[in-house]
Ligand binder design. Structure first.
Ligand code: GH3
Ligand code: MG
Ligand code: MG
Ligand code: MG
Length: 321
């Protein structure tokens, strides 16, 4: 016998006939599976959304909503997610060829008699259990890959590519909401000198600590309700961006000031950083009414102000012209 460690499947069992439900539930539970029950196709759609089962066993003829209609609705729900496809096996008392074709066309994957001999049911469930286990492993692997693709390897912050995607989405959402949108561009001061003096490895450690500080301050600002959905990204090299949708001018100003302050408080030694002797950052920020401008102008403004922060002495945030 093939050895395969399976997950304990959660099975959504849909049937209006009590006797069928009783027998099936008894057997499925005895195999170690969890059973969620629905008495018709409509309830099944709700239960499906609520419980995310690994497998659906669905009767065809039921009051309120039949199995085919229910399966179509479940598939429509799944169509909103890229990799979702939960196996649906129709249960029936008449396994005619036409029924099988209609079942597959309605989004079902297989077809089984309600009076299937117990060993056959057990074997089929084992086979479905293997598929469910692989699906779960695939989903975990996919999530890990997505996470790797979206984050910068050194700092763990959202990377530039992922930032652009999130940014477009947030900007787009802000248009009908008529909210403001803000951007902070941040850059470590005299970082080339840091690398030259302390070495590239130490530079990496420093970059990571500064990144974490920027992110922590941003998340703290979200947590206290000053901002909402603000996030930090590694823009490139020793430059970062903080995207702040729908926050007041004062809140963004406060966030920028706190970020600069918190980096200073890290007290990372940097002998060659002007008179401070510790690592500091400069920030350029822009606040804009979404209806009045474009995303590119927001970047241009923040960039120009970052340049001013640098030329006016560094270790500060410039938020206005
Ligand atoms: P300024 O205050 O004007 O920003 O001066 P700066 O020296 O920080 O600016 P510059 O653009 O001249 O140098 C940026 C430095 O950041 C150069 C580059 O080696 C360093 N850097 C960029 N990415 C990394 C990284 O991933 N690790 C390390 N260790 N250094 C990096
Ligand atoms: Mg029925
Ligand atoms: Mg720099
Ligand atoms: Mg730079």
């Amino acid at each position: 016998m093939v050895k395969f460690t399976q997950i304990a499947m959660k099975i959504l069992l849909v049937d209006d006939a009590r006797s069928v439900v009783q027998v099936m539930t008894f057997r499925l539970v005895s195999y170690g599976y969890e059973v969620v029950y629905a008495e018709n196709g409509k309830v099944a759609v709700d239960r499906f959304s609520e419980t995310s089962p690994d497998l659906v066993l669905m009767d065809i003829e039921m009051p309120v909503m039949n199995g085919f209609e229910s399966a179509s609705r479940i598939r429509a729900l799944e169509a909103q997610e890229q990799w979702a496809w939960t196996p649906i096996i129709f249960l029936t008392s008449s396994d005619t060829v036409q029924n099988l074709v209609t079942a597959i066309e309605a989004g079902g994957d297989d077809f089984m008699s309600k009076f299937v001999p117990e060993p056959v049911l057990h074997a089929k469930m084992m086979a479905m259990g293997r598929i469910a286990t692989l699906r779960q492993r695939l989903s975990v692997a996919n999530e890990k890959l997505q996470n790797l693709a979206d984050h910068d390897g050194l700092t763990g912050l959202v990377n530039r590519r992922s930032m652009d995607t999130k940014l477009d989405l947030l900007w787009f959402e802000s248009i009908p909401a008529k909210t403001a949108f803000s951007l902070l561009m941040l850059d470590i001061d005299n970082f080339k000198k840091y690398n030259d003096h302390y070495g590239h490895q130490s530079g990496d450690v420093c970059l990571r600590r500064v990144a974490h500080s920027i992110e922590a301050t941003t998340l703290e600002s979200n947590a206290t309700g000053q901002t909402k959905d603000a996030f930090a990204a590694r823009y490139g090299g020793e430059e970062f961006a903080v995207i702040v949708p729908a926050a007041s001018r004062q809140a963004v100003q406060a966030l920028a000031t706190t970020i600069v302050e918190r980096v200073r408080l890290l007290s990372i030694p940097h002998e060659l950083n002007a008179e401070w002797g510790i690592v500091t950052i400069s920030v350029g920020g822009a606040y804009m009414d979404v209806a009045e401008g474009e995303l590119v102008s927001l970047f241009r403004l923040a960039d120009a102000r970052l340049y001013r922060a640098k030329s006016s002495g560094r270790n500060c945030a410039v938020m206005e012209d």
